[in-house]
Design a protein around this ligand. Structure first.
Ligand code: TA6
Length: 285
């Protein structure tokens, strides 16, 4: 079966042997394997029982990035919004000669009453995961199905498995202005991004579509091809922040980097009946 559902996990299996797993909780992709090797990072201490966002994989951020700020309507929502902590449904699946596809759905009638009251807009999200032999695409479509305009952020909060954070380089952001949330200042990226401590940087309006994560000399890497997503967030909690997260091992920061494509610097306005879509395609270097 190219797409099957075991309990609350959709499993995609490609004829090449590639596979992916998506928890219906948050429509969080928690595994992407190519050549038998796991390519996304999920903390060994991640909570998978639906009681909190999954620490790893690709949490789906909507309708707000971070903590909303009053008087914006998102100010009362949980950090990073409700999509990653809501129960989605596996809406349909399909396959063709090259890909296996699963689609997940969430809308204003299926989120919790609490979240509905905090964010009273009629919406429909369709999240599509398309697995090929060596790539995986994650695509989000937002539809305003109500009679009130709303605005939103969205982000594919992707955690990548890496051999060693001290060797990783993120290529494609040189010359981009960014907000350094660690030093609380604006800056301009000079050269590749490297990890020498906590990194929490928001690059707005990144012109390049392809951002590369190089694992180290001769150790390969992953390319993020973004479409309709203008911003990139790079995050590694390093030592202190790792120690403060109950669902993250103290030493796990060595083995992960978040390179997150999204629309977070500005809110996207969506008129009644309006659609918005954005996606990323991950491929091996
Ligand atoms: O994407 C980076 C970030 O916004 C960091 O500031 C950090 O808060 C991270 O997300 C994880 O957030 P979470 O709510 O999942 O603990």
């Amino acid at each position: 079966m190219p797409v099957s559902q075991k309990n609350s996990v959709a499993v995609l299996t490609h004829p090449s042997g590639a596979s992916a797993e998506v928890h219906l909780f948050g429509a969080t992709l928690t595994s992407w394997k190519v050549d038998g090797k796991e390519r996304v990072f999920v903390s060994k201490q991640a909570v998978l029982d639906g009681s909190k966002a999954i620490r790893g994989g690709i949490p789906l951020i909507f309708p707000v990035f971070g903590k909303g700020k009053a008087p914006h309507v998102t100010a009362s929502l949980p950090q990073h919004g409700f999509a990653r902590i809501s129960r989605w449904t596996l809406a349909n699946s399909s396959e063709d000669a090259h890909t296996v596809t699963a689609q997940f759905a969430l809308d204003h009638t299926t989120i919790s009453i609490e979240h509905r009251e905090l964010w009273p807009y009629d919406f429909s999200l369709v999240y599509t995961v398309k697995l090929a032999a060596n790539t995986i695409e994650t695509h989000l479509r937002v539809h305003n199905v109500g009679d009130k305009p709303f605005d939103f952020n969205t982000l594919l909060h992707t955690y990548f498995m890496i051999p060693d954070a001290s060797k990783v380089r993120v290529i494609g952001l040189s010359g981009c202005d960014y907000t350094d949330k660690v030093l609380q200042k604006s800056s301009r990226q000079e050269g590749d991004v490297v990890i020498r401590g906590e990194v929490d940087s928001v690059y707005a309006g990144v012109k390049l579509s392809d951002i590369q994560i190089q694992f180290g000399e001769g150790e390969g890497g992953i390319q993020v091809h973004k479409n309709g997503l203008g911003d990139i967030v790079v995050w590694n909690p390093w030592i202190e922040k790792s120690a403060g997260m109950a669902d993250f091992g103290d030493e796990e920061y060595h083995r992960m980097i978040c390179v997150e494509a999204g629309q977070v610097a500005e809110f996207i306005a969506l008129a009644p009946e309006g659609y918005w879509e954005g996606s990323q395609v991950l491929s091996l270097l």
